[in-house]
Design a protein around this ligand. Structure first.
Ligand code: BTN
Length: 238
């Protein structure tokens, strides 16, 4: 377990540590202040110092084939929901692939960096950001635990709970309970069964979110045709 008062990105720190030495599964890097936090799709993850959870955990999922690596996204999202739901009265939902939303606003995001060796996952750095005690964000679709509850939280206690939940879901995955994981993920999938506007390759279209397929792709029903999209292939418009 490594606490850094400040760093560029806990994901970058843990990736580097893992390259240099044989860090064990479960190694945690967390910080108070990230200067170059990374989000999905090349976005930055910017939050106020000392207020939020910014952490990365090392997994060594060598039992998982690369085509099943998306399960790491699912279990991370499920672990975050488990951690947050006991502290808020509103529903905590997952927006595909694993953004965590409360009342239509984003409270947490996950960035996983996988390292493949041959046909196996040698290591995965699971980077998690959770907005905890920050009041107000530059983006008005972001929220935090304090904004939802008016209560300030002990970040270390939340990290401990999150690690327990992550271990629980990781063991489910290791035991092969993929159907159960998919079912639980689908129960929490935001906008499932709803019609939304999407954009893919400059084409805007309307479709109903059906769920995710066996490759973790988002399945959308467009006028009776089932289309599936990877993370970089589709955007939610409204
Ligand atoms: C997203 O929703 O775009 C993913 C955000 C992931 C942010 C976390 S904060 C800790 C870890 N280190 C990073 O640089 N990013 C992740």
């Amino acid at each position: 377990m490594v606490f850094l008062p400040q760093c560029h990105s806990t994901n970058d720190e843990l990736v580097q540590m893992t390259r240099k030495s044989n860090e064990p599964e479960g190694t945690l890097v967390y910080t108070d202040d990230q200067q170059m936090g990374k989000g999905q799709r090349g976005n930055a993850w910017i939050t106020e110092p000392g207020k939020n959870i910014l952490m990365s955990v090392l997994l060594r999922p060598n039992f998982l084939s690369p085509s099943n690596q998306f399960y790491l996204n699912l279990i991370s999202g499920l672990a975050i929901v488990d951690t947050l739901k006991s502290h808020v009265t509103s529903e905590v939902l997952l927006k595909w692939p694993n953004d965590v939303f409360i009342n239509g606003n984003k409270i947490s995001g996950v960035l996983i960096e996988n390292n493949l060796r041959g046909n196996r996952l040698e290591s995965a750095v699971v980077g998690i950001g959770i907005n905890v005690n920050q009041q107000g964000f530059r983006i008005n679709t972001a929220t935090s635990l304090v904004m939802e509850t008016n209560i300030e939280f002990d970040r270390n206690e939340l990290i401990e709970t999150l690690l327990c939940r992550l271990e629980k879901w990781y063991l489910q995955l290791k035991n092969g309970s993929t159907t159960y994981i998919l079912d639980e993920y689908h129960k929490l999938l935001m906008w499932r069964g709803e019609v939304k506007i999407f954009k893919s390759k400059n084409e805007e279209f309307e479709g109903e979110i059906v769920g995710i397929d066996q490759h973790g792709k988002l399945a959308i029903n467009q006028d009776g045709n089932l289309r599936t999209f990877g993370i970089k292939e589709v955007e939610f418009m409204r």
